[in-house]
Design a protein around this ligand. Structure first.
Ligand SMILES: Nc1ncnc2c1ncn2[C@@H]1O[C@H](COP(=O)(O)OP(=O)(O)O)[C@@H](O)[C@H]1O
Ligand SMILES: [Mg+2]
Length: 354
């Protein structure tokens, strides 16, 4: 009798506990996945063919729902970084997690979450847009009964419905980029990685692409995009990560970076009468205001100085007065709010393509 009671006790209580533990395991697993940063990379280094060091101990993270711009000049390592995140390349050292999954160990879990638009558009030129999207849907396991509606939606978003039955090789650069962009959201991706989304496209296509990215953000998708266009980062990014020579050089919202590196305003003056030996720090010292840069035209013509200002309108006449007192001729003077281009200039001392 006692034995039977024990068995009944076990069968009633223990089995449900095991079931509950397995539910709890699933729940915890989902919780861990949903709490993890969307991207977390640490100490990531990549060396090509044992010689070119493209990334050097790069660390950063991207949270869910953020739109982050990875900014840097050509050769900075942006494309290398995103190829490592998508698992196309394997890092020399360091760790990469996507939605909590270590990329090297869980490539399938990572791939199905990512929509990737590579820098070099990789589309089968002999297919039509319609065929290319159907092929992609099949590859990513989009349920058969949803394919035709989703493909039609994507063609519409890309503004390509009227050209859907033409071969891709007949498309303009902008049309190809638009197609590559919508392909990233055809399957149930959570993270979009866009490498130079508007490289070589016309203004019309660029606007269309930017608006799609804004729409993706509203839908709660996470976006990491590489660019060396300052205005693209300014227009789209919630946060910017600046890299140069494979290293992180600055990170923050566009406003934070402007405050940190430039200040409230920039005064831009065109000056005549400067000694060729005079540099930005000399001018800054004379003015008692930090001078970011002083151009040095090869023809020895007027030089442009960029001066940091907190007070803005109140500073402008004072600066002109002081410059005149120094015996310089102010040919033009303008006050403006800093752009990300100015931030880049302040950080690296060189201009990015604007
Ligand atoms: N396949 C490759 N083989 C060798 N070197 C490469 C390769 N791809 C890129 N690099 C080099 O790695 C560095 C970073 O390149 P990349 O990641 O393409 O920079 P970005 O996208 O910022 O322009 C550059 O010096 C580049 O020449
Ligand atoms: Mg690149």
């Amino acid at each position: 009798m006692r034995r039977v009671t024990t068995v009944r006790y076990e069968s009633l209580a223990v089995t449900p506990v095991v079931t509950r533990i397995s539910y709890l395991h699933d729940y915890m697993y989902q919780l861990v996945v949903s709490l993890a940063s969307m991207i977390e990379i640490s100490d990531l280094s990549h060396i090509y063919s044992g010689k070119t060091k493209a990334l050097d101990k790069l660390s950063f993270s991207v949270e869910r729902g953020e739109v982050v711009g990875l900014l840097g000049p050509n050769g900075a390592g942006k494309s290398t970084a995103v190829k490592l995140i998508t698992g196309i390349l394997h890092p020399t050292s360091g760790s990469i997690k996507v939605a909590g999954f270590e990329v090297a160990e869980n490539l399938a879990e990572v791939r199905k979450r990512i929509g990737f638009m590579p820098q070099e558009t990789s589309l089968y030129q002999d297919l039509t847009a319609h065929e290319a999207l159907e092929y992609h849907a099949d590859l990513y396991g989009v349920p058969k009964d949803e394919v035709s509606e989703r493909v039609a939606n994507m063609l519409d978003l890309a503004g390509l419905t009227h050209r859907k039955n033409d071969r891709i090789k007949t498309y303009s650069g902008g049309m190809k980029r638009r197609l590559a962009l919508v392909r990233t959201i055809l399957h149930d991706s959570e993270l979009l990685i866009l490498d130079e989304m508007s490289l070589g496209v016309d203004v019309h296509s660029r606007n269309l692409i930017w608006n799609q990215v804004r729409r993706m953000r509203e839908e709660g998708l996470t976006v990491l995009f590489c660019t060396n266009y300052m205005d693209e980062a300014e227009a789209l990014a919630d946060r910017v990560i600046v890299i140069d020579n494979g290293k992180l050089v600055a990170e923050g919202t566009p406003d934070e970076l402007k405050q940190e590196y430039v200040g409230n305003y920039l005064i831009e003056v065109l000056l005549e009468g400067l000694d060729p030996e005079n540099d930005a720090s000399w001018l800054g010292g004379q003015l008692g205001m930090k001078t970011e840069k002083l151009s040095k035209p090869l023809d020895g013509g007027p030089r442009t100085a960029w001066i940091k200002s907190q007070a803005g309108h109140a500073d402008l006449p004072l600066v002109i007065e002081k410059l005149t007192e120094l015996g310089l001729k102010v040919k033009q003077a303008a006050l403006r709010e800093p752009s990300l281009g100015d931030v880049f200039l302040a950080i690296t001392g060189s201009k990015l393509r604007d």
